[in-house]
Design a protein around this ligand. Structure first.
Ligand code: GLN
Length: 531
């Protein structure tokens, strides 16, 4: 039978509930437990697909094409499992399902209410995650902070799950801030006490409190939290700030959180073996020498907008004991006149994905700068499309070459819409999720992957236009990865260049600790050599 662990947040948001849950996942998985993760977000958008990356961060894409919250990226990188759509549910999705059911008359004339209709749907998603994944344990994070109006139906639903499944099958872990007051030089437990009181008023007694602190605390504070929050002393876990999120599993290991969980949920654990993870963290600590990577994007105001790209670069860096330093370049501000000043001295340039017009000409200038100056280049999705446009304009002399996303009337639609996809309908009409790319013999792509196929995730609407393939090939571009079924270009490269490769898919979603994605690995190595 599947067991459920719910992670709630207290006092403030941004405490790393996701990292806490994922780290517990690492400990359980490496003790032989099959783990799956899930996130509930209290916002009313159906999914983050149409949300502004500068406000909400990146859209993480699952194998089955779910457009999800960036926390799922952390989950996958930590527990090293591919999650599915059911791993990400917003209040908007739940409400829209309820309203659809109501319109179809399927509630048989009943008054539709938050309790039981919304809470039932939430429970359905929780149980579905159990059935679909076949996991021993589902770790579900409830987004937001306890006490938020929006999260109340979720809290009520998980309370009911505990009633239905019992104490030995359902566990509540409350991650809350234990603030340090610098003026008086002391930690204050009162906010945690209030937050637990809030949970009690909603019918939930947490089983474990993870107190998020700046540093180590005195034992008497643990005693105090234990006494006032009705929690056994050993179930008060102290998790101080870490200089890398990847160290949190090792911090929690020392607290024996996995044993506490196993005891309550009656799980039989094998001896915990996290030597691979330890090795990874040792590599992080050994990565002192810096490598600078220029990222030319348009959402550079919020680095979370490129979270998986950053983590992929870091992971590839640690692999060769190098620390990645990010140089953010706002594509929107790049011009012919200032491109030199902005990219002077760059040893590697990455152009990530993106949508819409702004910043595109700046990105084209950056791809040109990398190509002409023989600087390692990695293009992702839009970053591949603009590399093709740049090549068409400046090598093939097709001066009006463009993507029909931005110039529907161009005479040279190098990048064009796929058949049957509707340009008007923005939400949910993309090529999404997992596709298989066949790698062409004798190419850099094939060498980097070291396999015949690359399985990667997509999130885009436009594709390379095959009418231009021959012209490009004659001028020296290689098409090194193809999605055979529809004959779509997946990877391009320039063999004459030090390292110039770009993919229509998003390689950043498949990097895992100790296992950097092949393109990122190659790119970071090329950057390191180019130093
Ligand atoms: N806007 C482009 C497309 O829809 C690229 C998308 C992306 O970079 N994710 O095809």
């Amino acid at each position: 039978m599947t067991k459920y662990i719910f992670i709630t947040g207290g006092v403030v948001s941004g405490l790393g509930k996701g990292i806490t849950g994922s780290s517990l996942g690492v400990l359980l998985k490496n003790s032989g437990v099959k783990v799956f993760m899930q996130k509930f977000d209290p916002y009313l958008n159906i999914d983050p697909g149409t949300m502004n990356p500068i406000e909400h961060g990146e859209v993480f894409v699952t194998d089955d094409g779910g457009e999800t919250d960036l926390d799922l990226g952390h989950y996958e990188r930590f527990i090293d499992e591919n999650l599915f759509k059911v791993s990400s549910t917003s209040a908007g999705k739940i409400y829209s399902e309820a309203l659809e059911t109501e319109r179809l008359g399927k509630y048989e004339g009943k008054t539709v209410q938050v309790i039981p209709h919304i809470t039932n749907l939430i429970k359905e998603k929780i149980y579905k995650a159990g059935e679909k994944s076949g996991a021993d344990v589902i770790i579900s994070e409830i987004g937001g902070t306890v006490g938020d109006i929006e999260s109340q139906p979720f809290i009520e639903a998980i309370r009911q799950v505990r009633m239905e499944k019992g104490h030995e099958n359902v566990m509540f872990i409350h991650v809350a801030l234990l603030p340090y007051l610098r003026v008086s030089g002391e930690y204050k437990t009162k906010p945690i006490q209030h937050s637990v009181k809030e949970m009690l008023s909603l019918g939930i007694q947490p089983d474990v409190i993870v107190a998020r602190t700046e540093g180590i605390i005195e034992d008497r504070l643990k005693d105090k939290i234990s006494l006032f929050c009705n929690i056994p002393n050993e179930n008060v876990i102290v998790c101080p700030d870490a200089d890398s999120i990847y160290k949190v599993p090792l911090i929690l290991k020392e607290t024996n959180l996995h044993d506490i969980v196993a005891k309550q949920l009656q799980l039989k654990l094998n001896t915990l073996n996290i030597s691979d993870w330890q090795k990874f963290v040792e590599n992080i600590d050994a990565s002192k020498e810096e490598i600078k990577i220029h990222i030319v994007g348009k959402y550079v105001e919020l680095s979370d907008a490129y979270l998986s790209v950053m983590e992929s670069l870091k992971i590839a860096g640690y692999d060769i004991n190098k620390k990645i330093k990010f140089e953010w370049v706002n594509a929107r501000h790049l011009t012919k006149e200032n491109i030199q000043a902005n990219l002077e001295g760059a040893i590697a340039i990455l152009v990530p994905g993106g949508f819409g017009e702004s910043g595109v000409e700046g990105k084209i200038l950056a791809a040109n700068y990398a190509r002409v100056n023989n600087i390692p280049y990695l293009g992702i999705c839009l970053g591949m499309q603009i590399a093709c446009i740049e090549f068409a304009r400046n090598v093939l002399n097709l001066s009006d070459a463009h993507t029909t996303e931005l110039d529907p009337n161009t005479k040279n639609p190098i990048i064009d819409i796929m058949e049957g996809k509707d340009r008007e309908n923005i939400g949910g009409t993309l090529r999404l999720g997992r596709y298989v790319t066949d790698l062409v013999e004798g190419t850099l792509a094939k060498e980097l992957y070291g396999t015949n196929q690359a399985i990667e995730r997509h999130r885009h609407r436009y594709e390379f236009n095959n009418d231009y393939k021959e012209m490009f090939e004659k001028a020296g571009m290689k098409f090194s990865g193809i999605y055979q079924e529809k004959d779509l270009v997946e990877i391009i490269e320039l063999p004459e260049h030090k390292f110039f490769i770009a993919a229509q898919y998003h390689p950043e979603f498949t990097s895992r600790p100790n296992k950097p994605n092949a393109l990122f690995k190659g790119f970071v190595q090329a950057a390191s050599k180019n130093k």
